[in-house]
Write a protein that binds this ligand. Structure first.
Ligand SMILES: *Cc1c(COP(=O)(O)O)cnc(C)c1O
Length: 239
């Protein structure tokens, strides 16, 4: 094995141990949690190695970086998640490779995604990004819609042609009442998810938890964790 392959395999094994331990502690099946590796800022060669090591879900947060990488990896059996703040002028490009957009946070974006999904003849799975640092239905500092805006946005996604409502995503907030309280933040997300599932039973995905807090997310009930640094290493500052 090359050095990089060995490094990624070792890191993946450690992350896998952490997820398994967290599942065991929470009385959950390991199969109920999907690992998404966030490959932003890392090259397509790393994505290829991850695929060879059995990873099936990868995530990116900037279209400029993601589009060429996804094209270089189009022969691989990967599901691509888009997790970054998304401008409507990037929607056509993102729709070309993303299977799941986790950062849906406004109606204007729903309209654009629907239009491009229909044009491409694809069905896009969409998660509503919940901002736990925002009041009511305002937008959050790092993207996302406040808890009060989730229901209306979910209805808009569910009604939009070409889109499917998959569930919810959050990034643990740096500010506000949930700052440095990851477990409480993820518990709150699960509460919002229960409310959502009352009207949209199929919207079961709950994407929460990153390298530093995946245990809290698994304990709270997340179905998907998004791990970058712990698998690929510390990123250069950008990204
Ligand atoms: C970068 C990123 C992650 C991964 O963060 P790490 O701390 O590197 O694990 C997860 N989710 C989103 C939305 C990200 O942008």
């Amino acid at each position: 094995m090359t050095d990089r392959r060995t490094e990624l395999a070792d890191n993946l094994a450690r992350v896998e141990d952490r997820i398994s331990a967290a599942c065991a502690k929470a009385g959950r099946n390991r199969d109920d949690v999907t690992l998404i590796v966030v490959t932003k800022t890392y090259p397509a060669t790393d994505v290829r190695i991850l695929s060879e090591l059995g990873i099936r879900h990868v995530a990116e947060n900037r279209d400029q970086d993601a589009a060429p990488k996804a094209a270089a990896c189009s022969d691989l059996p990967l599901t691509w998640h888009f997790v970054g703040q998304l401008q409507t002028n990037k929607v056509r490009s993102v729709t070309g490779y993303a299977d799941i957009v986790q950062s849906v946070d406004r109606v204007k974006l729903v309209t654009a995604l629907s239009k491009e999904a229909v044009r491409a003849g694809r069905e896009l799975n969409c998660l509503i990004q919940v901002a736990l640092d925002a009041e009511s239905d305002a937008r959050g500092d790092r993207g996302g819609v406040g808890p009060g805006g989730v229901a209306a946005l979910a209805d808009a996604v569910a009604a939009a042609e070409g889109l499917r409502l998959g569930g919810l995503m959050t990034v643990a907030p740096l500010a506000g009442p949930f700052a440095r309280r990851q477990r409480a933040a993820f518990d709150r997300l699960m509460e919002i998810s229960s409310g959502l599932r009352a009207s949209h039973p199929a919207a079961k995905m709950v994407s929460a938890g990153m390298s530093s807090d995946l245990e809290d997310a698994v304990a709270a009930g997340a179905t998907h964790v998004r791990v970058g640094t712990a698998v690929l290493g510390v990123r250069p500052r950008l990204g």
